[in-house]
Design a binder for this molecule. Sequence first.
Ligand SMILES: CSC[C@@H](O)[C@@H](O)C(=O)COP(=O)(O)O
Length: 368
Amino acid sequence: MNVDGKKYRTIWLAADGASVEIIDQTKFPYAFEIAKLHTMEDAAHAIRVMQVRGAPLIGATAAYGVALAMRADPSDASLDAACSALLQTRPTAVNLYWALDRARKTLIQVAPEGRADAAFVLANDICDEDIAINMAIGMHGMDIITAIARTKREGEPVNILTHCNAGWLATVDWGTATAPVYMAHDSGIQVHVWVDETRPRNQGAFLTAWELGHHGVPHTVIADNAGGHLMQHGEVDMVITGTDRTTATGDVCNKIGTYLKALAARDCDLPFYVALPSPTIDFSLSDGIREIPIEERSGTEVSRMTGRTDSGAIETINIVADGSPVGNPAFDVTPARLVTGLITERGVLGANRQSLAEAFPERVRVSA
Ligand SMILES: CSC[C@@H](O)[C@@H](O)C(=O)COP(=O)(O)O
């Protein structure tokens, strides 16, 4: 997407052809900075500390991480070591496993002397595919927004609530949940986005607000707890979130607090959509609540807050009573029964085994 008139992806091969550049997302919303990854360890670090984050971008970064490892040492042992080191970086988004599995299966068939080049081609393909997938998600999701827009009075926007950042910063470009929003906005449909996930990491306030603002999409940041109230008062027309892992049965795992939005949407009889690229589907799982590993992150993300003071300094403060233990589960699972539809690159699907299997038969066979 455009940042101050210049087109960016979130990750790309640097001009030197040997390193990889990323937008450093730990600097948002105060600075737009590019960081360089020279080694597989740099890529693993970038995923671990969330310089890059969001399920599709984690997968793309892992693929580049393998390529950097192959440039340093293209042996079988190095390939295995790189895949297993990168797999340890974050547990919940299945795109990480998907990208590494694809990289390993592809590269093991290539002679070591050709592996680095093949690995960079593969990483680049994964990035290009992610963009194409998100554009298709955008087109399918835009149809839903268009239908709601037709029910609105002149000048009234379609109000969309999204949680966390499933925007272009979470992918290579366009985003998943935001792709329909950007496409609707670009085609002249009036949209307004309620932006939340203000805690624990402020991904909505820091990232989604930043990217919507830079694209000129009208939006309002709200506290996480405000969503249900706005739904009860007719201020929300639909919810669209992303997902880090979706089971074969349509259960959806996404940033903590997504489940509560889905419950409120159901109580208010509002559509709750989840936008996802097919690499986010884990066809090996059937029960999201029991089977999806949930990342437990540092309690300091809850007990501290970082922000910019009026004088421009970035400071971190403590906000929890001294001595109180703090828990920080980073994701939750929304059961399929609460999901109105899954917006995928192959259309809007029912959140159930049959719809997913019919839309992606080649994936079912591979994981069966
Ligand atoms: C298109 S991204 C979907 C999800 O990855 C996104 O909603 C999310 O939960 C990101 O969590 P994060 O912890 O920032 O990696």
